[in-house]
Ligand binder design. Structure first.
Ligand SMILES: *Cc1c(COP(=O)(O)O)cnc(C)c1O
Length: 445
């Protein structure tokens, strides 16, 4: 290759050799120094938050599980003291009440973080149609009427399509069919059988591809361009998905304030986010930088076999580079993260916002999954466990340099570490047992 800047050659060699490591983003900038030509900004976040609010009455009508929250889709933020003792024995005193799980693995509707991006992308498109067809008169109206038969008759004439490694398809399939859309989900070769079966049982068309995610998306994108009344939700290039995720940062702020631990210069926030194409973690990180400013320190987690986002950042080539070019094969059980190329816009947007990315082996991921179950009784899918080792890397590993360089002693001590668990509650029990069986054979303990 040869085009990567010298400072990044160590990173590239680690990637090529599948050495798990922490990459610190040299481009992270303070809020004061953000470029003024960023393609998305705080107005976009505010608008997304507004659309989520307008959609509340609609979502509460469509999904009985959302009645209680009046249509708000959010997850608990909870401590995990036994997990901390087991996973970080050397840090357990320091982390005791400063380690939190943001439990998106249990998000309503879709059982994964995709309940944020996917549901939002469908709502966004449905509102566009509703305005065009006169079902609502203005963008400021609440979207309750979109659950009525008149709206359904409009949506039924449209087909939503999406490429997915599994969870995005579930989310679009569930939300799209709830509104009456036809939905076809194009699954890449990694997708699990149960995800396909569940979608089919809801009347969603599942098309199986023998190719990876990038290739599956390419085919669907081309088909959608030629087909009338077909709308392709493009995970590799979708500001709607991204902004749906970004709104999570405002919810996190409310939760932190309510538990009496607001983010301040003396109490910064570290975030650990599993990363595939970068939409979900990118959206959350973007939202977090806007909401918490320089006090937010977002880190992404990727499998050593699929570090596409890190590769894009370290080379500056983003979607123009693929992990295949570096001899990697996407051989990971983290199906939600098994992506060879990052999103076409998230990387560039993240250049001044992101703190770093770490890679990890499947063994680490399965060990975390097992610990989470043994100590807290939580069941997540392998992708969703990727962030858990983050605090150890930052506080007891190569990330100490980052902390020492940027934080006062007090802030370093008081920082909150929030690990995002991104999926799992819809996984059938026998698959969870299979994950744990597999984990036990991989883990020495
Ligand atoms: C999709 C997904 C991610 C990552 O999201 P991207 O937008 O692809 O980066 C992480 N965890 C789970 C469980 C997912 O389904």
């Amino acid at each position: 290759m040869g085009e990567e800047p010298n400072a990044q050659t160590g990173a590239i060699s680690n990637l090529r050799n599948e050495v798990p490591f922490l990459w610190l983003n040299p481009g992270r900038a303070s809020m004061r120094d953000l470029p003024d030509n960023m393609i998305l900004g705080s107005n976009d976040l505010k608008e997304a938050q507004r659309l989520w609010r307008r959609a509340g009455p609609l979502l509460a009508r469509l999904f009985p599980e959302l009645e209680r929250t009046q249509g708000v889709i959010d997850s608990d933020l909870r401590p995990a003291p036994s997990l901390v003792r087991k996973m970080f024995p050397d840090l357990s005193e320091r982390l005791a009440d400063r380690f939190l799980l943001k439990t998106d693995h249990a998000l309503p509707v879709a059982g994964s973080v995709k309940a944020r991006g996917g549901v939002f992308a469908v709502i966004h498109f449905a509102r566009e149609l509703a305005l065009k067809e006169g079902l609502i008169a203005s963008e400021d109206e609440d979207l309750g009427p979109l659950a009525e038969p008149k709206a359904r008759r409009v949506f039924e004439q449209w087909e939503l399509t999406v490429g997915s490694t599994g969870n995005l398809g579930l989310s679009i399939g569930i939300m799209g069919s709830a509104l009456g859309f036809k939905v076809s989900v194009h699954m890449s070769v990694e997708a699990k059988e149960w995800k396909k079966a569940r979608l089919r049982s809801r009347g969603v068309k599942v098309v199986e591809h023998q190719s990876d995610y990038t290739a599956a998306c390419r085919e669907v994108r081309a088909a959608a361009l030629e087909t009338p009344r077909m709308h392709f939700i493009d995970d590799e290039n979708s500001p709607e998905l991204f902004l749906g995720y970004a709104a999570a940062a405002g919810q996190l702020k409310d939760q932190l304030d309510r538990r009496g631990t607001p983010i301040t210069p003396d109490r910064p926030l570290f975030l650990y986010l599993p990363c595939g194409v970068g939409g979900a973690p990118g959206g959350v990180a973007f939202g977090a930088r806007l909401v918490f400013g320089d006090q937010a320190h977002p880190f992404f987690a990727e499998p050593t076999q699929a570090p596409c986002f890190l590769l894009g950042m370290a080379t500056g080539l983003h979607e123009k580079v693929s992990v295949y070019d570096y001899g990697l094969k996407l051989k990971t059980e983290a199906d939600g993260l098994a992506v060879s190329r990052p999103s076409r816009f998230v990387g560039r947007l993240m250049e001044p916002l992101l703190s770093g990315v770490f890679t990890l082996e499947d063994q680490t991921l399965f060990q975390s999954l097992l610990f989470l179950h043994e100590t807290e009784g939580l069941e997540v899918e392998p992708s969703a466990a990727a962030g858990l080792i983050g605090p150890k890397l930052l506080l007891g590993g190569p990330g100490r340099e980052y902390i020492e360089r940027r934080l006062s002693e007090k802030a370093a001590h008081e920082a909150l570490h929030v690990v995002w668990t991104t999926g799992g509650s819809l996984v059938p029990p026998e698959n969870h047992e299979e994950y744990r069986r597999k984990a036990r054979t991989m883990v020495k303990t």
